[in-house]
Design a protein around this ligand. Sequence first.
Ligand code: SIN
Length: 319
Amino acid sequence: MQNSASLVVVLGTGGTIAGTAASSSDDRGYTAAQLSIAQLLATVPDGVGVPVEAEQVAQVDSKDMSHAIWQALALRVAHHLARTEVAGIVISHGTDTLEETAYFLQRVLAPVKPVVLTGAMRPATSAQADGPRNLRDAMLVARHASSVGLTGVLAVLNGVVHGAQQVRKAHPTRLDAFDSGEAGPLAAVDNGVLRYLAAPAPGPLPPVTAALHCAVADWPRVDIVVSHAGASGAVVRALCADGVVGLVVAATGNGTLHHEIEAALLTAQAQGVAVRCSSRRGDGRVAQPAAKGLLEASDLSPVKARIELMLGLMPPGAP
Ligand code: SIN
């Protein structure tokens, strides 16, 4: 799709990319979410030769990402995407929950224009900060992705472009911390040039726009439980007693569950709690039906399956 719009809007939400430490040699002892998005943009080498607009939507360490910030962010993204002069959006984000925000935005907005999340593994004060290059690459992708057929929510880190459904943080500290599992990345940014690596994904699922309008306090409560050696049904029973309406279980092996957790989940389901079976492994789709009587969460990771189930249970909001 040819795109004559050229403005890139960059939304700041915090993270290590906006973090600062006392010394430029300290890549670990820093505080996330200290610098504004305007300050970060000033560190990007040479800009990207396109007009850029910046807006601070939040300022958090992404381990503390909330549904309220997700809703505010989705509304700002929707607002800017509707502007004809906007080619795409960049979201500067902490890396710890970046994959969840990417999946949430894809499912709520299913955008046609590119929405590109990026972050950094080193703080802005590091002598080897990766944030400026990541921001630059993300802006380039936001400007040019549509013209090469890349649309929707993407993540760009360390020169690699991932899709929202596949992207995951796979390493706690390395610069190449992100991957797309068996699916592989969609594209790469090599010295300022965007190169395709994979065929475009099939069309996106229709967006679940209720999350834009439904009061966050009314979002259905969905939690994650893990099946493991020595598991019991106690956590499932406690969550049900506490009012959870949906549960995702991270299953072992080829979709198997400890018999005690399985029994507790079947009881919860019989009592009206929606249950989905995901996998605690990183790669590979479960090749057999989920534990008897439970529905599979497709090939989504537990954190993304939680978002999918929560959106599926959301009361339809105002249009
Ligand atoms: C965060 O997720 O906000 C902190 C960690 C990071 O961005 O790498």
